[in-house]
Design a protein around this ligand. Structure first.
Ligand SMILES: Nc1nc2c(ncn2[C@@H]2O[C@H](COP(=O)(O)OP(=O)(O)OP(=O)(O)O)[C@@H](O)[C@H]2O)c(=O)[nH]1
Ligand SMILES: [Zn+2]
Length: 304
């Protein structure tokens, strides 16, 4: 049986890349196979590992899809109740964060982190544009941000895409992994990708939907290989992740440092608001949990 990775998925046809030869084939799945997976509008997503048979006409027929280690979804635009899998089997999400030009709020960073936690995607926080940080205040902020997130256990790397600072280290961290770049508009995702590999040139594939008289265009995710090993999944239109649907009770599970202390709270259903004998509030008072993170937890909790 031949094995491959899906590198492009439009819902009706796919591109896959053979695991051994790296040959790319147009691929299809049988109708029966499709119907078994009714909960999503697309049975196969970029990143999926599959088995296939190559037919004489050069078309690869997908026979099996391997279990996904993780995936990200988006609510379908047309069918509000169903979901659409955007990508799967992601090894690393690179969150591009900036202290200034533009200033990325910690709230925004936290929302991306919560989403990655919920999807079980490992994260690297990349602080870009460090060439701009020259005044005392900026340097203090970068030190504090680094301290807060390192203490929780997140990996952090300072870079400058434009001044080529630490790009070699980033390359090393991305090598042989399937990654995803997330961040605010203007944070420097494209610049960073360009610094890593100038000739990569992510092309946004726009395909018009023939049922819609060509008016409607849809963009699809696609996987591109790095020349240094590994690949990046480009998902047009997900400049920023939306917060996944989570309940008030679940939120704390996605703040690793709150999750760590919760079992010592007096009440098993403690939300760490103002309950008596709350181990999380105590940890905040003792500076074991960052006040800024905790405040943001409360804010997100309130908004849920
Ligand atoms: N000073 C400085 N500017 C940078 C750096 N990286 C990116 N920029 C600038 O920031 C601006 C935005 O960079 P982009 O790479 O387009 O940002 P993006 O995240 O891809 O933005 P969207 O496509 O809107 O999501 C550009 O003017 C870049 O030149 C850096 O390391 N230092
Ligand atoms: Zn508590």
């Amino acid at each position: 049986m031949k094995q491959a990775t899906i590198i492009k998925s439009t819902g009706s046809w796919y591109l896959l890349k053979d695991k051994i030869t790296s040959t790319i084939y147009e691929a299809r799945i049988r109708g029966k196979f499709k119907k078994e997976k009714i909960s999503t509008t697309n049975p196969l997503a970029v990143g999926d590992e599959v088995d296939y048979e190559l037919h004489e006409d050069g078309v690869a027929w997908i026979t099996t899809i391997h279990p996904r280690k993780n995936y990200i979804i988006r609510k379908s635009v047309n069918l509000s109740k169903s979901t659409h899998i955007l990508a799967s089997n992601i090894d690393l999400a690179c969150i591009i964060f900036t202290i200034k030009n533009p200033q990325t709020s910690l709230g925004f960073l936290n929302r991306l982190l919560i989403t990655c936690e919920a999807y079980h995607i490992p994260v690297l926080i990349v602080i870009n544009k460090i060439d701009l940080l020259i005044n005392e205040e900026d340097l203090k902020e970068i030190k504090e941000v680094t301290h807060i997130y390192k203490k929780i256990g997140y990996d952090i790397l300072e870079i400058s895409a434009n001044k080529n600072i630490n790009i070699d280290i980033l390359k090393y961290l991305l090598k042989n992994k399937v990654s995803l770049f997330l961040g605010h508009s203007g944070s420097g995702k494209s610049s960073t990708i360009n610094a890593l590999q100038p000739d990569l040139d992510l092309k946004t594939s726009v395909i018009s939907n023939s049922n819609d008289k060509g008016k409607h265009t849809t963009t699809f995710a696609q996987m591109y290989d790095w020349s240094f090993g590994g690949s990046i999944i480009d998902i047009p239109g997900i400049k920023e992740f939306e917060l996944v649907e989570i309940s008030k009770e679940e939120l704390q599970n996605f703040f690793p440092e709150i999750y760590k202390f919760r079992s010592w709270c007096k009440f098993h259903n403690c939300l760490h608001l103002n309950e008596p004998n709350c181990a999380v509030i105590k940890a905040v008072d003792e500076d074991e949990i960052s006040q800024r993170r905790y405040s943001n937890y409360l804010k997100i909790l309130k908004d849920l």
